[in-house]
Ligand binder design. Structure first.
Ligand SMILES: [Cu+2]
Length: 133
């Protein structure tokens, strides 16, 4: 009697193990497809691009960038001088004064070529273009 009980328990344990193993492996494709889904979704996610004004430079770097509609551009002023981001297309709202360490960002939703300049240093050709595809 004790031996049969032992066998029965063993069989039950094995059956449980099989169920656990089965469900364990079954979940891997689910996790994988979820991860692949996340990665492919990640590719479509909007990106952020950086334009910097370096110390002592009256230049936007890079001065021309190409982005996708929905992407954001962040300008950072690392110069001691103040600067602005003003668009030739007056319908695009530019920045206020950007002090040292200050930032300004815009999300571009419509395709087009957006030319901009610094109102203080336009005479020094401080300008750039954002091409939105
Ligand atoms: Cu400037």
């Amino acid at each position: 009697m004790p031996l049969t009980r032992h066998i029965k328990e063993f069989k039950i344990k094995n059956a449980k193990l099989k169920i656990i193993r089965h469900s364990g492996f079954g979940i891997i494709p689910v996790i994988l497809s979820a991860l692949i889904g996340l990665f492919s979704f990640g590719v479509a996610l909007a990106e952020e691009f950086n334009v910097v004004v370096k110390q002592g430079d009256l230049v936007f770097q890079p001065d021309a960038i190409t982005i996708q509609a929905g992407d954001t551009v962040m300008w950072t002023n690392k110069d001691d001088s103040h600067h602005t981001v003003a668009f030739e297309d007056a319908s695009v709202k530019g920045s206020e004064n950007i002090k040292h360490g200050g930032q300004f960002s815009i999300k571009f939703n419509k395709p087009g070529a957006y030319k901009y300049y610094c109102t203080y240093h336009r005479v020094f050709n401080m300008q750039g273009t954002i091409s939105v595809k």
